[in-house]
Design a protein around this ligand. Structure first.
Ligand SMILES: *Cc1c(COP(=O)(O)O)cnc(C)c1O
Length: 394
């Protein structure tokens, strides 16, 4: 395909060549575990066994790399499987990780409980505060883990500045780009070393598949990139194969299918969320709206600089505290009460008891007054009517 193709074209065509045997426009779902060899070691297209490689997964991995402007994409069974493969490759007992203080609860739990039990230490820090990050980095720090916008408080961190800081300290800079998606933010272009996704969310986009991904930057193969990153990419590829948390062919197919409409979906998610943020912002029962598209958001200018849209996620803090927050979360109708985010349908979540229950009592705890909305791509008038109904019941 044309090298200079732009984002929406890449989303549809990268890795998605028609099937050479039949001309099928859509790459088939190669629902197979193994591949016939033409004599011992005579592999067709390099495929040997589907943990190591499957053409449907290759199609997705190529698409993922293209969307993030990277060279290597790796697809996993879930976002956390992707995170675990990366972290276990990079870290050894005694190493230290710096993570944002409102990262996805599951990321915090993975590092604190799974890797922590294995001798990895971590410090949580507000990654929107560069001085705090600088102070948290120790000689044994190997990874700086950034999520921007963060979950659920929608804090914006300066990826370019953090990448520079991390590189100067010899620390791997990882950005979880799940909330923005590559349609709105491209961390590798901003200087990050590795991008992580829960493809379960906006990339898949239809709440029908769980998956995760890692993307490594360009220049790995031809020696124009940084050699330590080429080495890391190779070692993580080995972990993917050797530990085996890969995505299956049907999951890979669904994710590729979702990705094709990512650009148009993100436009609508963003415009719907902006309208809802403004409506909530006017109401006395809402103490604060956390949405980077609002001029009042402390990260607004930075978000406008490093993102091409503000996305579909927003949180609110209810003036009536935990009780009002619960009532709001339970009284919307179109916004269904559920974990997860990033699908075409709108969802409402009560983080302190749902997505972030695992960080209760830790330094990443979410206040009880917070409700998080994943704004879908339904008609905005219907969504606003639903929000008005919930506000009226406060
Ligand atoms: C959901 C999510 C994850 C974890 O992904 P799974 O696919 O659920 O394993 C990681 N980071 C963020 C920001 C998420 O929203």
């Amino acid at each position: 395909m044309h090298d200079q193709a732009r984002f929406d074209t890449l989303a549809i065509h990268a890795g998605q060549e028609f099937d050479p045997t039949t001309g099928a426009v859509i790459p088939p779902i190669y629902q197979t575990s193994t591949y016939v060899q033409d004599g011992i070691g005579g592999l067709r297209g390099g495929y040997e066994y589907s943990r190591g490689g499957n053409p449907t997964r290759t199609a997705l991995e190529t698409q993922l790399a293209a969307l993030e402007g990277g060279e290597l994409g790796l697809s996993f069974a879930s976002g956390l499987a992707a995170e675990d493969a990366l972290l276990r490759t990079v870290l050894a007992p005694g190493d230290h990780v710096v993570i944002g203080n409102d990262v996805y609860g599951g990321t915090h739990r993975l590092i604190r409980r799974v890797h922590g039990a294995w001798g990895v230490r971590h410090t949580t820090v507000d990654t929107s505060d560069l001085d705090a990050v600088r102070a948290a980095i120790e000689p044994s720090t190997k990874v700086l883990w950034i999520e921007t916008p963060s979950n659920p408080l929608m804090k914006i961190s300066d990826v370019a500045a953090l990448a520079e800081l991390g590189r100067a300290a010899g620390v791997l800079v990882v950005v979880d780009n799940t909330f923005a998606s590559p349609a709105l933010q491209q961390p590798l272009a901003l200087g990050a070393d590795v991008v992580v996704h829960s493809t379960t969310k906006y990339l898949g986009g239809h709440s029908d598949v769980v998956g995760g991904a890692l993307v490594f930057g360009a220049g790995l193969g031809d020696g124009t990139g940084r050699p330590e990153l080429a080495d890391l990419a190779e070692r993580v590829t080995f972990t993917q194969f050797a530990a085996g948390a890969v995505s299956g062919p049907f999951d890979a197919f669904l994710t590729s299918r979702g990705i094709k409409t990512l650009g148009v979906r993100m436009d609508r998610h963003s415009s719907n969320a902006m309208a809802i943020a403004r409506r909530l912002d006017e109401h006395a029962g809402i103490e604060r709206v956390y949405y980077p598209g609002l001029e009042s958001h402390p990260g607004h200018e930075l978000a406008a600089r490093q993102m091409s849209g503000f996305g579909g996620m927003l949180s609110i803090s209810l003036a009536g505290g935990g009780e009002a927050a619960r009532r709001f979360a339970e009284s919307t109708e179109l916004f269904q009460l559920a974990e997860s985010l990033g699908g075409v349908e709108s969802l409402v979540n009560y983080p302190s008891e749902m997505t972030h229950a695992s960080v209760k009592g830790t330094d990443a705890e979410v206040p009880e007054s917070i409700v998080r909305l994943s704004v879908g791509i339904e008609d905005v008038a219907d969504l606003l009517a639903d929000i008005d109904g919930a506000l009226a019941r406060l």
